[in-house]
Design a protein around this ligand. Structure first.
Ligand SMILES: [Zn+2]
Length: 337
């Protein structure tokens, strides 16, 4: 069976129908068409991986065509990339993680510039990617002092130790973390505002699937103001923009991970039992076909759910006023049509 993206081919659990191709036993091990993670036989393995529970998985290459198995019986196991941990677990780990970090003055200033005051900055929980301590020291603290398991928590992954075995770490590229919360305020993922914007301003804290990490997908953030005065639910692009808009609008604002990743927003709208939604995408949508199409599809889906859909418009005088957050901060008149 030809596999285009070999790195991401899922593992199946060894079973009576599909025994382990290395040890021949019907349990404990896992494999796909070209790699086997055998728990019993280390001889001939190209790599030995210590799992979070302390067990050692022996990775063996399989010759092409050696293994055939019934695809519909496949069961996913967290060997290549971990499975996403439940939201309660992610929330607990991310809260502990952020408590260990600080917000550096340059990042606080950036948030002031974006229109947030100290109280909102504290309430929303932004923290800088640590520069005073190596990432693995912080991971060790989360595991040893706080008793957390980092498997299945997006952003954390395993690195090989110089001596033996593996340790947990994360990407220490400078910037600050923006918590991505669900409709109940739980932290489901983290976004990063990067200091070095040459590869994009924002990056999700996620991935490294081939190193035991896992992906957070494209979660929608729910920004909750201190007091809700506007019963409508707003939808904009990006979690930080949503936080800023929520502070100015005194409304719940959903921040989608990207203009085209609007689907998760539908679930949130449903959870919030919103009756009226205001779409406040960037005003450059006229020049951006993909964004305009995404907005039309989002509006159509919402209408299909029986929700009143409106759009926020404002007269941007320059490209710095294309986002709802900028428009609100400089005091432009935002109309809902
Ligand atoms: Zn085996």
């Amino acid at each position: 069976m030809p596999v285009a993206r070999r790195d991401y081919e899922r593992f199946i659990k060894a079973s009576r129908h599909n025994p382990c191709p290395v040890c021949g036993k019907p349990d404990w091990c896992g494999f796909n068409s070209y790699i086997c993670s055998c728990m019993r036989i280390s001889e001939g393995a190209f790599k030995h991986v210590i799992l979070s529970n302390g067990q050692v998985a022996h990775l063996h290459w399989l010759e092409p065509g050696r293994v055939t198995f019934e695809r519909n019986r496949e069961e996913i196991i967290p060997v290549a990339g971990a499975e996403l941990a439940p939201i309660e677990v992610r929330d607990r780990v991310y809260r502990s993680f952020l408590r260990l970090l600080y917000l550096y003055p340059r990042h606080q200033e950036d948030l002031h510039r974006r229109g947030l005051d100290d109280k909102e900055i504290k309430r929303n929980g932004y923290k800088s990617v640590p520069e005073n301590e190596p990432p693995w020291v912080i991971c060790r603290r989360l595991i040893n002092n706080n008793g957390h398991n980092l498997e299945g928590i997006p952003g954390f992954y395993l690195a090989k130790s110089q001596h033996d075995g593996y340790y947990w770490t994360f990407d220490p590229s400078p910037g600050y973390f923006i918590p991505i919360r669900d409709s109940q305020g739980r932290i489901q993922a983290l976004q990063r505002r990067m200091d070095d914007t040459s590869n994009g301003k924002y990056k999700l804290f996620s991935g490294h699937v081939n190193k035991g990490g896992c992906s957070c997908g494209t979660p929608a953030h729910v920004a909750r103001p201190e007091e809700i005065k506007d019963p409508r639910v707003w939808i904009t692009e990006g979690p930080l923009k949503a936080d800023i808009a929520a502070a100015y609008l005194d409304a719940l604002v959903i921040g989608v991970a990207g203009a085209t990743s609007w689907k998760p927003a539908l679930y949130v709208v449903e959870e919030l039992a919103a009756k009226e939604v205001v779409i406040a995408y960037d005003m450059d949508q006229k020049s951006n076909e993909a964004v305009a199409t995404a907005k039309r599809m989002l509006a159509a889906k919402l209408k299909g759910m029986g929700i009143v859909v409106r759009e926020a418009v404002w007269e941007a005088r320059c490209k710095n006023e294309k986002g709802i957050d900028d428009a609100l901060m400089v005091g432009l008149e935002v109309r809902v049509v």
